[in-house]
Design a protein around this ligand. Sequence first.
Ligand SMILES: O=C(O)CCC(=O)C(=O)O
Length: 286
Amino acid sequence: MLITDRPLTVAERHQWDRDGYLLLRGLIPLPRLNAVQKVFEGVVEDILQKLQKDGQITDTHPGAPFDRRLADAAGKRAGTFGRSWRKKLASHAVFDLHATPSLTHVMHQLIGTDVIGHPVFNGRPKLPGQQLTVVPWHQDSGYFGAASDKSLILTTWIPLVPVDARNGCLQVIPGTHKLELRQHEHEKREGDFLEADMTGIDESRAVTCAMLPGDVLIFNNLTMHRSLESVAPTIRWSIDLRFIRDGDPLGAIGWHDPAFKWVIRSDQQPVTTYDAWMADIAHWPW
Ligand SMILES: O=C(O)CCC(=O)C(=O)O
């Protein structure tokens, strides 16, 4: 059964206002997540078939579990297929995940307007010991630029496997959503992510967000967050989706069609069609 309504409690609303993040347990029905996992598995299959065809690997490890196969079969070569997957994942399952009624109901309560889908989503394979996918402290508006710093953009971070500090879960620093947009520079590490100026921010207050499939971590575009390195033998699979308050500027969004507005609406019925969403994604090179 789909849970359609998920009213936030007074304590949750208070925590959101005070801390700038919420971790809601069991918000996404597992069948929706399983459908997304199947899409990820299809991408893994394509990658491994390609590597095998190119003579780079001999064994595609068919039958290996989802949280191991890409690492066991491709090892370091997996990184050449990107650290944040988007176009590869464009599918009904990912469209439907955005429009999950329990999720959009929570988004509506936090945003206060119709729910507008944000064009940027990322599926992330974080492999054991891989520096490429270790994301340093940042605010998401560091990526979208100063034009977005007064916007309300909610990131919903959703694991496909159990996550904790060992396999590289997220950390957030409570209260940092009340800061201005910090200066961000490209880090000097392999990932080349943007890294925020942390002057005066007490990193020891970071909250480590261990989560299970179905749980959702929500934060806004000014909340300081990062992901840890994985020291586990398994892959940390996740997807992060974003939503924006109706009327707010998106900021600098690469290859997005500026005329496109993805309306999901507060009554939780998708308005923009799957085909229109796919047409917008077609602009992205990756
Ligand atoms: O998944 C990660 O490792 C980082 C996620 C992140 O920084 C984000 O979703 O904004």
